[in-house]
Design a protein around this ligand. Sequence first.
Ligand code: GYE
Length: 325
Amino acid sequence: MTVKKFYFIISILLVSVLLVNCSNETEQAAEPGLLLGFSQIGTESAWRIGNTRDIEEAAENKGINLMLENANQKQENQIAAIRRFIAYQVDVIAFSPIVEDGWDNVLEEAKSAGIPVILVDRDISTEKEGLTSCLIGADFYKEGFMAGEYLVRKADSLGLEHVNIVEITGTTNSTPMRQRQAGFMDAIAGDERMTVMESIDGDFLKSRGAENMRYLLETYGEDIDVVYSHNDEMTLGALPEIENAGFVPGKDIIIISIDGGQEAIDVLKKGKINCVVECTPKLGKILMETAVKLKAGESVQAVIHPEEQIFSDEMDTSKISPRGY
Ligand code: GYE
């Protein structure tokens, strides 16, 4: 190789290295991005899994970088995740608080770091002002109220004189547990026929739904007229126990559930569940839009509730379209 040729090759190499560096820089500059830290509760239900998937898809569609942490049903894991998001200096923090109490300290830390916080799905209880920017989640009180109103209509249509109810609740001290109970109780209050024999914590888990149902059947047997369960997972756990005890769910015992996942809707279509109140897990799109606004310093709506409906044996259930979770 001549000296001239040697210098020519070297200069070509140098120019390419420079070009590669430049293009990397422009790529980075063109994608300043938004980094969103999201602490999810866990994987306890089809609802939760659908919610996680929806949030991941929405982040991808909007080109948002998502740091997703799964807390495996433990509040301390959620607190640790939020601390990691603060250390990473994410732009916005979002989380679904497993229970309502115990968040003040970590949220004070986020506030001091100047990071806005979005509550997704569930609320917190605090005396302090301004720890979070907004709440995006269902109106659980309304869901419980719709479930109670359905029961009153059902009792009317069957001409029932006494209605003995057992309630399998979600995680104690979680927003959906508190409000689904309050809404239901308010809707049946004043109806002399209704008696709630027992409310028992099923933690939103299928296994606990089954376990609790076994106990309730052993304790109250054929006195049970209604099972009001705070989510589909616990309902799906309870149904085989009812059948094993020799009762026909949907006929001998009125079954009311909440969420509206595909599996429960399929069972509703078979007549073994009487009513399912919808709770949509599809909160991803509005979460991303809200995160973008907060990063830009814009104001956002304090509470955002999605629209929800009720599915029951009062309607033609064959018309219910696929649920997607
Ligand atoms: O109903 C249940 C889930 O917070 C609305 O949590 C959510 C509830 C949902 O695990 O299935």
